[in-house]
Design a protein around this ligand. Structure first.
Ligand code: 13P
Length: 256
Protein backbone atom coordinates (compact mmCIF):
# COMPACT_ATOMS: atom_id res chain seq x y z
CA UNK A 1 0.00 0.00 0.00
CA UNK A 2 1.25 3.46 -0.85
CA UNK A 3 1.93 5.52 2.24
CA UNK A 4 0.66 9.07 2.49
CA UNK A 5 3.42 11.63 2.93
CA UNK A 6 3.66 13.29 6.33
CA UNK A 7 5.27 16.65 7.09
CA UNK A 8 5.37 17.59 10.76
CA UNK A 9 6.76 20.81 12.19
CA UNK A 10 8.34 20.91 15.63
CA UNK A 11 8.43 24.44 17.01
CA UNK A 12 10.38 23.33 20.08
CA UNK A 13 10.50 26.10 22.76
CA UNK A 14 9.66 28.83 20.27
CA UNK A 15 6.54 30.89 19.77
CA UNK A 16 4.54 33.32 21.87
CA UNK A 17 0.89 34.12 21.26
CA UNK A 18 1.57 36.12 18.12
CA UNK A 19 2.93 32.93 16.52
CA UNK A 20 -0.68 31.82 16.13
CA UNK A 21 -0.44 34.00 13.02
CA UNK A 22 1.85 31.34 11.53
CA UNK A 23 -0.81 28.69 12.16
CA UNK A 24 -3.34 30.93 10.39
CA UNK A 25 -0.96 31.41 7.44
CA UNK A 26 -0.40 27.66 7.11
CA UNK A 27 -4.16 27.00 7.28
CA UNK A 28 -4.71 29.64 4.58
CA UNK A 29 -1.84 28.28 2.47
CA UNK A 30 -3.26 24.77 2.60
CA UNK A 31 -6.71 26.09 1.65
CA UNK A 32 -5.15 27.83 -1.38
CA UNK A 33 -3.44 24.60 -2.41
CA UNK A 34 -6.61 22.52 -2.11
CA UNK A 35 -6.17 19.16 -3.81
CA UNK A 36 -2.49 19.89 -4.51
CA UNK A 37 -1.59 19.30 -0.88
CA UNK A 38 -4.32 16.74 -0.22
CA UNK A 39 -1.89 13.81 -0.34
CA UNK A 40 0.18 15.09 2.57
CA UNK A 41 -0.60 14.78 6.28
CA UNK A 42 0.39 18.22 7.61
CA UNK A 43 1.08 18.63 11.31
CA UNK A 44 2.38 21.46 13.49
CA UNK A 45 3.56 20.88 17.05
CA UNK A 46 3.66 24.24 18.85
CA UNK A 47 4.64 24.66 22.50
CA UNK A 48 1.85 23.53 24.81
CA UNK A 49 0.91 27.12 25.73
CA UNK A 50 -0.26 27.59 22.13
CA UNK A 51 -1.70 24.17 21.52
CA UNK A 52 -5.41 24.73 22.23
CA UNK A 53 -5.48 28.00 20.28
CA UNK A 54 -3.64 26.39 17.39
CA UNK A 55 -6.09 23.47 17.34
CA UNK A 56 -9.00 25.93 17.22
CA UNK A 57 -7.43 27.73 14.30
CA UNK A 58 -6.70 24.46 12.47
CA UNK A 59 -10.16 22.95 13.05
CA UNK A 60 -11.82 22.04 9.77
CA UNK A 61 -8.58 22.42 7.82
CA UNK A 62 -6.16 19.69 6.69
CA UNK A 63 -3.65 20.90 9.31
CA UNK A 64 -3.53 18.87 12.50
CA UNK A 65 -1.87 19.87 15.74
CA UNK A 66 0.44 17.82 17.92
CA UNK A 67 2.28 18.03 21.23
CA UNK A 68 6.04 17.85 21.72
CA UNK A 69 6.09 15.48 24.69
CA UNK A 70 3.74 13.72 27.08
CA UNK A 71 4.10 12.17 30.51
CA UNK A 72 3.55 8.42 30.76
CA UNK A 73 0.80 8.77 33.40
CA UNK A 74 -2.69 10.09 32.61
CA UNK A 75 -2.74 12.55 35.56
CA UNK A 76 -1.30 13.10 39.02
CA UNK A 77 1.46 14.71 41.03
CA UNK A 78 3.95 15.51 38.26
CA UNK A 79 4.59 19.24 38.45
CA UNK A 80 5.22 20.84 35.11
CA UNK A 81 4.29 17.80 33.06
CA UNK A 82 1.45 17.29 30.61
CA UNK A 83 -0.28 13.98 29.92
CA UNK A 84 -1.26 12.54 26.56
CA UNK A 85 -4.90 12.80 27.67
CA UNK A 86 -4.44 16.52 28.30
CA UNK A 87 -2.90 16.99 24.85
CA UNK A 88 -5.84 15.16 23.28
CA UNK A 89 -8.25 17.27 25.31
CA UNK A 90 -6.56 20.45 24.02
CA UNK A 91 -7.06 19.29 20.43
CA UNK A 92 -3.82 17.42 19.64
CA UNK A 93 -3.97 14.38 17.41
CA UNK A 94 -0.36 13.32 17.73
CA UNK A 95 2.69 13.82 19.91
CA UNK A 96 6.43 13.83 19.32
CA UNK A 97 8.16 11.45 21.73
CA UNK A 98 11.79 10.61 22.40
CA UNK A 99 13.23 13.69 20.73
CA UNK A 100 16.99 13.83 21.25
CA UNK A 101 16.61 17.19 23.00
CA UNK A 102 14.38 15.56 25.60
CA UNK A 103 16.71 12.58 25.87
CA UNK A 104 19.57 15.04 26.51
CA UNK A 105 17.81 17.75 28.56
CA UNK A 106 15.65 15.43 30.67
CA UNK A 107 17.61 12.19 30.70
CA UNK A 108 14.84 10.27 28.96
CA UNK A 109 15.69 6.62 28.45
CA UNK A 110 14.38 4.24 25.80
CA UNK A 111 12.33 2.41 28.44
CA UNK A 112 10.71 5.64 29.62
CA UNK A 113 10.02 6.69 26.04
CA UNK A 114 8.37 3.30 25.41
CA UNK A 115 5.99 4.00 28.32
CA UNK A 116 5.22 7.41 26.82
CA UNK A 117 4.43 5.89 23.42
CA UNK A 118 2.03 3.47 25.12
CA UNK A 119 0.50 6.47 26.95
CA UNK A 120 0.00 8.32 23.67
CA UNK A 121 -1.83 5.32 22.22
CA UNK A 122 -3.96 5.00 25.36
CA UNK A 123 -5.07 8.62 24.76
CA UNK A 124 -5.77 7.99 21.08
CA UNK A 125 -2.77 10.01 19.82
CA UNK A 126 -0.40 9.07 17.03
CA UNK A 127 3.15 8.86 18.34
CA UNK A 128 6.00 10.35 16.32
CA UNK A 129 8.87 8.38 17.80
CA UNK A 130 12.28 10.05 17.33
CA UNK A 131 15.56 8.17 17.00
CA UNK A 132 19.05 9.25 15.98
CA UNK A 133 22.75 8.80 16.50
CA UNK A 134 25.39 11.23 17.73
CA UNK A 135 28.18 12.36 15.45
CA UNK A 136 30.66 10.14 17.32
CA UNK A 137 28.42 7.10 16.82
CA UNK A 138 28.24 7.81 13.09
CA UNK A 139 31.99 8.34 12.84
CA UNK A 140 32.51 5.01 14.59
CA UNK A 141 30.26 3.24 12.09
CA UNK A 142 27.60 2.61 14.71
CA UNK A 143 24.71 4.66 13.30
CA UNK A 144 22.52 1.77 12.10
CA UNK A 145 23.12 -0.28 15.23
CA UNK A 146 22.36 2.72 17.50
CA UNK A 147 19.12 3.63 15.80
CA UNK A 148 17.88 0.03 15.65
CA UNK A 149 18.61 -0.45 19.35
CA UNK A 150 16.63 2.73 20.12
CA UNK A 151 13.72 1.44 18.05
CA UNK A 152 13.84 -1.96 19.70
CA UNK A 153 13.83 -0.51 23.21
CA UNK A 154 11.50 2.48 22.81
CA UNK A 155 8.70 0.93 20.75
CA UNK A 156 6.09 -0.97 22.76
CA UNK A 157 3.90 -3.71 21.26
CA UNK A 158 0.95 -2.52 19.24
CA UNK A 159 2.37 -0.15 16.61
CA UNK A 160 0.34 0.38 13.44
CA UNK A 161 0.46 2.68 10.46
CA UNK A 162 -2.27 4.76 12.10
CA UNK A 163 -0.79 5.18 15.58
CA UNK A 164 2.93 5.41 14.79
CA UNK A 165 5.39 7.37 12.69
CA UNK A 166 9.13 7.02 13.22
CA UNK A 167 11.43 10.02 12.74
CA UNK A 168 15.12 9.46 12.08
CA UNK A 169 16.89 12.58 13.34
CA UNK A 170 20.68 12.33 13.45
CA UNK A 171 21.64 14.55 16.38
CA UNK A 172 24.52 16.18 14.51
CA UNK A 173 22.13 17.28 11.73
CA UNK A 174 19.64 19.05 14.02
CA UNK A 175 19.86 22.82 13.72
CA UNK A 176 23.31 22.64 12.12
CA UNK A 177 22.50 23.00 8.43
CA UNK A 178 24.25 19.68 7.85
CA UNK A 179 22.43 16.63 6.53
CA UNK A 180 23.53 13.05 5.92
CA UNK A 181 24.15 11.93 2.35
CA UNK A 182 21.02 10.59 0.72
CA UNK A 183 22.31 7.03 0.72
CA UNK A 184 23.01 7.35 4.44
CA UNK A 185 19.41 8.40 5.06
CA UNK A 186 18.15 5.51 2.90
CA UNK A 187 20.40 3.06 4.68
CA UNK A 188 18.91 3.97 8.06
CA UNK A 189 15.34 4.14 6.79
CA UNK A 190 15.61 0.77 5.05
CA UNK A 191 17.05 -0.76 8.21
CA UNK A 192 14.18 0.76 10.19
CA UNK A 193 11.63 -0.64 7.74
CA UNK A 194 13.16 -4.13 8.00
CA UNK A 195 13.20 -3.92 11.79
CA UNK A 196 9.57 -2.82 11.83
CA UNK A 197 8.63 -5.73 9.56
CA UNK A 198 10.31 -8.07 12.04
CA UNK A 199 8.39 -6.44 14.90
CA UNK A 200 4.92 -5.82 13.49
CA UNK A 201 4.78 -7.73 10.21
CA UNK A 202 2.92 -6.38 7.22
CA UNK A 203 1.61 -3.38 9.21
CA UNK A 204 5.18 -2.05 8.98
CA UNK A 205 4.44 -1.15 5.38
CA UNK A 206 1.98 1.47 6.61
CA UNK A 207 4.25 3.20 9.14
CA UNK A 208 5.59 6.54 7.91
CA UNK A 209 9.35 7.00 8.26
CA UNK A 210 10.26 10.67 8.53
CA UNK A 211 13.67 12.26 8.19
CA UNK A 212 14.51 15.19 10.47
CA UNK A 213 17.57 17.44 10.75
CA UNK A 214 18.07 20.67 8.79
CA UNK A 215 15.22 20.01 6.34
CA UNK A 216 14.47 23.19 4.42
CA UNK A 217 12.77 24.18 1.17
CA UNK A 218 16.03 23.86 -0.77
CA UNK A 219 16.79 20.24 0.21
CA UNK A 220 13.32 18.79 0.87
CA UNK A 221 12.63 17.43 -2.62
CA UNK A 222 15.83 15.41 -2.82
CA UNK A 223 15.38 14.05 0.69
CA UNK A 224 11.77 13.03 -0.07
CA UNK A 225 12.94 11.17 -3.16
CA UNK A 226 15.21 8.90 -1.08
CA UNK A 227 14.14 5.30 -0.53
CA UNK A 228 11.79 4.72 2.38
CA UNK A 229 11.50 8.44 3.23
CA UNK A 230 7.81 9.22 3.70
CA UNK A 231 8.14 12.77 4.91
CA UNK A 232 9.95 15.02 7.35
CA UNK A 233 10.04 16.28 10.90
CA UNK A 234 11.00 19.92 10.49
CA UNK A 235 12.38 22.19 13.18
CA UNK A 236 13.54 25.72 12.33
CA UNK A 237 11.95 25.87 8.88
CA UNK A 238 8.51 25.14 10.36
CA UNK A 239 8.53 28.48 12.19
CA UNK A 240 7.96 30.32 8.91
CA UNK A 241 4.71 29.51 7.11
CA UNK A 242 6.26 30.11 3.71
CA UNK A 243 9.09 27.65 4.31
CA UNK A 244 6.87 25.04 5.92
CA UNK A 245 4.41 25.26 3.03
CA UNK A 246 7.26 24.95 0.52
CA UNK A 247 8.35 21.72 2.22
CA UNK A 248 4.74 20.45 2.05
CA UNK A 249 4.74 21.32 -1.68
CA UNK A 250 7.91 19.27 -2.15
CA UNK A 251 6.33 16.30 -0.34
CA UNK A 252 3.17 16.60 -2.43
CA UNK A 253 5.20 16.69 -5.66
CA UNK A 254 7.39 13.72 -4.73
CA UNK A 255 4.60 11.53 -3.42
CA UNK A 256 1.99 12.48 -6.05
P1 13P B 1 15.94 21.49 12.49
O1 13P B 1 15.02 21.26 11.30
O2 13P B 1 15.89 22.87 13.03
O3 13P B 1 17.32 20.98 12.21
O4 13P B 1 15.35 20.56 13.69
C1 13P B 1 15.05 19.24 13.44
C2 13P B 1 14.33 18.69 14.61
O5 13P B 1 14.89 18.49 15.67
C3 13P B 1 12.89 18.41 14.45
O6 13P B 1 12.39 17.68 15.52
Amino acid sequence: MARRAMVAGNWKMNGKRQAQGVIEQVVAGLADRGEKAAGVDCILCPPSTLLAGAAERAAGSPLTIGGQDAHAEPSGAHTGDISAEMLADAGAQCVILGHSERRADHGETDAYISAKVAAAWRAGLTAILCLGETEAQRDDGDAVETVLAQLDNSLPEGGTGANLAVAYEPIWAIGTGRTPLLHEISEIHSALRDALIARIGSEAGNVRLLYGGSVKPSNAAEIFAADNVDGALVGGASLKAEDFLAIIDAAAATHA
